[in-house]
Design a protein. Structure first.
Length: 302
């Protein structure tokens, strides 16, 4: 990386740390939404830097769909132990058992949409008034509409027409009883910025991000993990072994895998620089409709 890019990353880091400290100053009970993906890992790392040598003052909240890659859970638990962080897990399976949501069935069944209810219940149960997330504006068109301090009403819902101005890094966290905020400290980062920062700071990641051999099958132009306990395959969907990696991590059911030979962060950076496919181009949950992400956000999704 050249000197200009290092300066750029330092500016992004400083802005994100400033936002973290603003959250600590303005809210009574914040948390970090932790998915185990690279963006939430970077957010957690930034929180660690923002308050060092004290421990991170916010608990990590993971909404466990029960359909996670096992590598994600192993990494999550190791990171929590390493940072001496507090962890709260909300279970989608519990929401299903309690009759709050209904399990989808069929070939395209996913728990991705169901986790919205579990998330809102978890935020309400612990009375969190700010939830820090790793969304970036360059990820998806709906996320480009977000403010850094993104207001949610008493039902946890987001109204894209009711966004507050954010001038000169002045963030308005005023809210009424029952309302809360989602806060996105890396909104101004790009996917490449995240990877360059991971490289610069030598941040450990789940093994899923690096090329590995996995049994997969092809569906609608996407390679998906062949997990017989989670995904129901169609009769013509044949299982093969490929060298793949995750570019973004979500549920097994909706995370498209990328054919890759990238075994290091440097190789991943080279791969991303050459690709013309967007980061979430491999996420099946975003392809359910033209406004899939925005619809989920309005309902209270991350």
């Amino acid at each position: 990386m050249n000197e200009n890019h290092l300066t750029h990353l330092k500016e992004l880091e400083a802005e994100s740390i400033y936002i973290m400290r603003e959250v600590a100053a303005q809210f009574d009970k914040p948390c970090i939404l932790f998915s185990g993906g690279k963006d939430s890992i970077v957010v957690t790392y930034l929180a660690y830097k923002a308050f060092y040598p004290s421990k991170i003052p916010f608990p990590l909240v993971h909404i466990d769909t029960g359909h996670n890659f096992p590598e994600t859970i192993v990494y999550r638990d190791a990171l929590v132990k390493k940072l001496n962080a507090d962890l709260i897990v909300g279970s989608v399976q519990d929401s299903i058992n309690e009759g709050k949501v209904k399990e989808e069935t069929g070939f395209n069944a996913s728990r991705n949409k169901l986790q919205t209810v579990t998330l809102l219940d978890t935020l309400a149960q612990y009375k969190f008034d700010a939830a820090i997330g790793g969304a970036r504006r360059d990820e998806e068109k709906a996320r480009a509409k977000e403010r850094i301090f993104s207001h949610r009403d008493e039902f946890g819902q987001w109204n894209p027409k009711n966004q507050r101005p954010e001038l000169w890094n002045i963030f308005n966290g005023r809210k009424n009883v029952g309302e809360h905020f989602r806060v996105f400290p890396i909104s101004n980062w790009t996917e490449m910025d995240v990877w360059q920062y991971i490289y610069q700071e030598n941040i450990d990641l789940p093994s899923l991000y690096y090329t590995h051999k996995r049994k997969v099958f092809l569906r609608d132009g996407q390679w998906l993990a062949a997990d017989p306990d989670i995904i129901v395959r169609k009769p013509d969907e044949k299982v093969v072994e490929k060298e793949v990696r995750c570019r973004t991590i979500g549920d097994v059911t909706c995370t498209g895998l990328t054919l890759s030979r990238a075994h290091s962060v440097e190789q991943i950076i080279e791969e991303i620089a050459a690709t013309r496919i967007t980061e979430r181009g491999g996420r099946a949950d975003d392809k359910r409709s033209e406004t899939a992400m925005e619809d989920r956000k309005k309902a209270g999704y991350f």
